[in-house]
Design a protein around this ligand. Sequence first.
Ligand code: NAP
Length: 284
Amino acid sequence: MAATLMDGAGLAARIRAELEDEVVELGEVGLATVLVGDEPASHIYIRRKHEAAGEVGIQAVDHRLPEDTPEVDVLELVRALNEDDTVDGILVQTPLPPQIDEPRVMRAIDPVKDVDGLHPFNAGQLYLGRQTLVPATPLGVMMLLEEYRIPLAGQRAAVIGRSALVGKPTAMLLLQANATVTICHSRTDDLARQTLDADIVVAAVGVPGLITPDMVKEGATVVDVGINRTDAGLVGDVARDVAEVAAHLSPVPGGVGPMTIAALLGNALRAARYRRGALAFPRV
Ligand code: NAP
């Protein structure tokens, strides 16, 4: 069997076209990004996010701070962005340099502007099954699964990776869609035993080619979130020949990556709706 490749690039382009119309309806939508330091991958991600935001008419403002910026300065900038009425969404690119306490910065973001969904309020809402702003990559994964009409209710899903940004929120969304979810991580004993049992495998690890064909059930859906820069170019966490076993496979590049950016822009519009009262944001 040759798997159907899940075309994230194509779906993301369609979503962006829809978002463009929604931005026109909403009027101005503002997204502020904060990048601290020199991490090359972060610079690429921020550039892509700005290009995509510009394409759909979102006003994106790029704040860059040097690597040695003290935490207090980052917190001050976040507070200023919270107060700025032209800013609907705030995204602080991670990882942050070691002198900065990442969770503290996330907690400083006004939850209604938290387009990365990393504030404990938004993470807690997802945990409670009352989602507000949810991290973009897991949303992108779910949109891909929906587009290809992958059944989730009653199905077994194995999520590999338990980060706050990808693994855990993806597991929560799959659980909410009534899948039976197993979360795997670096201490999981016999990973293949978990993945072989799964109808849906989501790999969010950062180890090139970790998932091999012998670890995948015939006809399963495999979503590859991994982005690994190797001598052979950009590769995912899933070996290419998994396509001979899986029924659906998301490619790298062109799978989850573009979906993440589309979902982030969707979150900026969601934040704008919350702020304009078009959607109710739960406040204490
Ligand atoms: P992360 O914070 O480093 O988390 C990696 C997770 O993988 C951890 O939970 C870790 O387990 C687990 N892990 C590591 N080695 C493992 C192994 N051998 N077997 C099973 N689990 C293992 O990374 P992340 O931010 O979640 O990102 C994961 C990958 O997705 C990276 O390649 C990243 O570049 C990519 N990514 C892609 C997008 C996109 O848009 N496509 C967006 C975000 C991230 P422990 O918890 O036990 O350490």
